[in-house]
Design a binder for this molecule. Sequence first.
Ligand SMILES: Cc1ncc(COP(=O)(O)O)c(C=O)c1O
Length: 414
Amino acid sequence: MAEKLNLTRSFELFEQARKLVPGGVAGIRRPYNFVPGEYPIFFDHGKGGHVTDVDGNEYIDYLCAYGPIIIGYNEPEIDAAVYEQIRTKGFCFSLTQPIQNTLTQKLTEIVPCCEMAALVKTGSDATTIAIRVARAYTGKTKIARCGYHGWHDWCVEVKGGIPEKLYEDILEFHYNDLDALEAILKQHDGDMAGIIITPVGHPLAHEVQMPKPGYLEGVRKLADHYGVVLIFDEIRTGFRCAMGGAQQYFGVTPDLSTIGKAMANGYAISALVGKREFMNVLTDKVFLSSTFFPNSDAQVAALKTIEILERDKVLDVIHAKGTQFGQAVEKVVGESGLPVNFTGAPWMPFITFPKDETGLYKTLRNEFYTQLIRRRVFLQPYHHGYICYRHTDEDLRYTINAIKEALDELKSLA
Ligand SMILES: Cc1ncc(COP(=O)(O)O)c(C=O)c1O
């Protein structure tokens, strides 16, 4: 039996925060998204593949800040490049610094669909401008979507404060189901502007799905057939599945793509990238500007991150580690005899409990993630994890064993 963690300081800070910030902390980081009472709420610091909470508990962290941490926390080489820029030049100006060109040139060399790039800050910035470009290019309104695309009005799940007219032209379809997508395109033929899809399926709290053979090719064909803009939302898969993202890994090139998260190992930057023909609407037809978009601190971080990813073949290492880890976890999960699934290897490992009529899966899920956090393995019950470069073989071995022990603890409940 692993003991409950001491989380006193986390809870004190949360009480204080609730008086200062609505909900105490923002959205997905709130306690109900973990196991309330068992998980820390505030971190103090991180290094490599580990994080330490405000009570001094150290964890092997597989959530990786929800995706940006591709190398590791607190990477001196990246930080040094950013400090140098701040110290010698500064990073926030009324006009653009030339590093914009260096970074966007690099993106054109790496990402298959990228002939031009627009640098923004968040994933939501990038997906929102992507659909605006698709609408401006086609002169049409409706968008077919599949996946999480951020918090903006057109796509957020929670509809509070959003008039229906702002999302009524967005039509949702399920991943790996070509017929469902075609039905939408057929029904709204003539009104469709684009398709936005995550090239790997990762719906919240559900198994991670890789594309079925021919699926992404089929989506490409449908987009061409119906004359709509195809957007791959690669905010999670960019700089993770391959340097050029899932589009490179799976060999299917969209018209536009959004990238972000892993691009700068934690610094805030994202981009809409794509073919010149589509991107050119941003030249005159479509407005895109924001005070902080051109800040060069994150551009420096992105360039340095990309340099390290290439130099140290980071993504190959992650792929190899993730594959080995995945095989071992699959074995442990299979041998447990419990109703539990393991998906997402090598990049986005996720242990889920399939829904059952009695609701037992909720008890199993809670207990499993409780047992894991007590063993200092930080994951999220409703979101897949990530492997980063700094996760050591020892971290992974420890985690496989912790998963086995946590599953063993469930046997009396199942
Ligand atoms: C696939 C995908 N698209 C868009 C977003 C939105 O990004 P952000 O949270 O930076 O606005 C996310 C965030 O998790 C994402 O995973």
